[in-house]
Design a protein around this ligand. Structure first.
Ligand code: MG
Length: 375
């Protein structure tokens, strides 16, 4: 691949159609960073959505923008990058900052696949197949509002429903949900709101036949999760804790986990997502793809990842972009093509890119960095 000559970065904040409440806060404005990298071979786009505040992880969109501008883009400019692994090697002096790295990593993969004139899912070894998607509901004003939303989702054909779960929206809610929908597939996502001292809550949940419990304990923990898994029957799914292939290797080593939710942004990009999936597959852990309120660009990327073999055991969190945004900042929209089903793009690259006008409209900061500006 020719040298990387120029990188544009954008910090965007766009309003959501409705707020989304989790155990750590309520999102009304979704913040993200976008990166566009240029070489003689063309260009590629990456989106990474760490949220506006460092509540899901230690990163925020404003922080990711700063790290991209000051540290990561200068490490990449003028380099001849021939693989995602080599790109990660160039960035490795910067510790952590996974969401920031992801924007560049994903943009490189988009450029690479565009240059090959092939869809990205094909380039990474995915298969052309229906992408199974589930639906997720945040914490609501009332349980009745949640029950109505679930009814609508099941009527629309969604095969599984994820419910956000917090100390204030806990077992009693699940009891009512299970009573009304005895056969539906549910799992809960705790976003690291509990400690091992809350094990009794999860033991009580065993009776409600949940498909899994996502990230109940601290955001960077593995050992307490392994201990909790020994005490309960419902499988634990790791999300926030798996930020790198090294963390995935350690999770496999503990030998008790069955599920990992992979988000390309959380792990530093597609290169590391592929490696984590490979490690999990070899270690007997199934994966599915999570979401970070991305635009259609990020959703198309998630669908590429969800086309891999080890991703077929459970529907991913990749719903239509129109569920959250109007207008969406990227085009074409990511849409469902049937009940609980999305389709892979046949376009070269990821299959979507930002609309320049909307990107400018919703940008709170932007920067163009070239070899000249860093020297
Ligand atoms: Mg989660």
């Amino acid at each position: 691949m020719p040298l990387i000559e120029k990188i544009e970065i954008y910090h965007v904040a766009r309003p959501m159609l409705k707020s989304y409440k989790t155990s750590f806060g309520t999102e009304r404005i979704a913040e993200a960073v976008f990166a566009k990298i240029y070489s003689e071979a063309g260009y590629g786009w990456g989106e990474s959505s760490p949220f506006g505040q460092p509540y899901f992880s230690s990163e925020s969109a404003a922080g990711a923008f700063l790290v991209l501008k000051k540290f990561l883009c200068p490490l990449l400019l003028g380099k001849d990058v021939i693989s995602g692994r080599q790109l990660q090697q160039h960035l490795r002096a910067v510790k952590g900052n996974y969401f920031a790295k992801a924007a560049l990593d994903i943009a490189w993969w988009d450029m690479y696949a565009r240059r090959l004139d092939r869809p990205l899912w094909q380039v990474i070894g995915g298969k052309q197949r229906p992408i199974k998607t589930g639906v997720a509901f945040g914490i609501m004003e009332t349980v009745d509002a949640l029950l109505d939303s679930i009814s609508g989702a099941l009527d629309a054909g969604f095969e599984r429903v994820k419910l956000k779960f917090s100390p204030a929206w806990a077992v009693d809610v699940i009891k009512k949900v299970r009573h009304k929908f005895p056969d539906a597939i549910f799992h809960i996502d705790c976003n690291s709101a509990f400690t091992l001292g809350d094990a009794h809550i999860f033991k009580e949940l065993d009776q409600y036949n949940l498909a899994m419990i996502e990230q109940p304990l601290q955001h960077d923990d593995l050992l307490d999760h392994a201990e909790l898994q020994k005490q309960i029957c419902t499988p634990i799914c790791l999300d926030e804790s798996i930020v790198s292939p090294d963390k995935a290797r350690k999770a496999v080593h503990l030998g008790v986990f069955k599920w990992v939710n992979i988000k390309p942004g959380r792990v530093g990009g597609l290169t590391e997502a592929l490696e984590i999936n490979r490690i999990c597959q070899q270690g007997g852990i199934q994966c599915w793809v999570g979401g970070m309120l991305e635009s259609s660009l990020g959703r198309h990327l998630c669908a590429c990842l969800a086309s891999l073999d080890n991703m077929q055991g459970y529907p991913s969190d990749i719903t239509a972009s129109s569920r959250y945004y109007n207008p969406d900042i990227s085009k074409p929209p990511f849409e469902l093509v049937g009940p609980s089903t999305a389709a892979l793009s046949e376009q070269p690259g990821i299959g979507a890119e930002p609309d320049q006008q909307l990107l400018e409209k919703f940008s709170v900061q932007k920067e163009t960095i070239t070899c000249e500006t860093i020297n």
